[in-house]
Write a protein that binds this ligand. Sequence first.
Ligand SMILES: *Cc1c(COP(=O)(O)O)cnc(C)c1O
Length: 347
Amino acid sequence: MHLAYSYKACNAPKICRIFNEMGFLSEVVGDEFGIAEEISVPASKIIFNGPYKKREHVEKALIKNILVINVDSKEELDYINRILSKNAIKGANIGLRVRPSVSYPIAPHFGMDEELILKFAKKVIEMGANLYQIHAHIGTQITKLELYKELSEKMSNLAKKIEKEHNIELTINLGGGFALESTPEYFSRDRIPALNEYSLAISSGLNEDKEIFLEPGRTLIGPCAVLATKVISIKRPRNIGKIAIVDASYFDILSSAFLSHEVECISSGKEELLVETDVYGSSCVSADVIRVGAYLPSDLKEGDILLVKDAGAYSINISSHPMRPRPKIFILRENNEYEEVRRAFVE
Ligand SMILES: *Cc1c(COP(=O)(O)O)cnc(C)c1O
């Protein structure tokens, strides 16, 4: 099995480099191809996905022959065909992003319907490219194991058909989507499976030994980060319990809109007694709630420091505070030294 880190979960270049150094492949979408280049990821370790890819990046990727470009649309395949002809490139590794018909509402705007893939496969081969893989990514925070079994079954049957028709060997890429274990969801009370359960579900759907690629994002980086924020004030608004207002906002941790992030107070000398407290951000937007029903010390006050847990995925990285700079990011090393990996900045 080949594992790629999905940059978009947190694409600060230094974080991506750490995953690269740990041996993960790099899964990039959109302009993230530029990040992989900036941190000198070898071409053979890049998987390039997504409905939008900068044209100059596609051309570079084809010339360097990266591990695989997963084509998202007919228009993209036509463009690739023109670039291959213009540069007389043979044997570029091309994949096809499939929109499989599984029992889950997959977004309509990624990839091409399963029913059309045989036609696209034929076209890739006629172009003189190397059809390397079929790819599917069905969503994020997926808790249903049966769905991964269904997906791997569908994809391996589809791969078999293509392989037979063209006498080739394909790899199968099943994307990411594995749910974060430590953060309960508001919108679903499903049990969060462990990673080995996902892998068993996937292998039980395969009908033969196959080279499989996975591209986790959330589950790798989510638990690695905390958002540190300072209490600005404590209020007890009419008809509402106790609330704390902090200097961060939900723009710094957008995942708080659907995940109940654990919040902990780390100021020293705090009372043992914990009371239910709702944590609000300070962006002046009504919806700016970071956590409803956190348990925080009863003597919480201005200046106390709170940590919002599991803040690594789809949060700090994509924060966009309308009124304040985006937060700094630090990496804490094993020896307790820390390194600033991103300065606070205003767009
Ligand atoms: C976002 C994305 C992933 C990662 O998804 P997670 O839910 O963070 O694991 C993997 N592959 C593709 C194509 C993606 O768009």
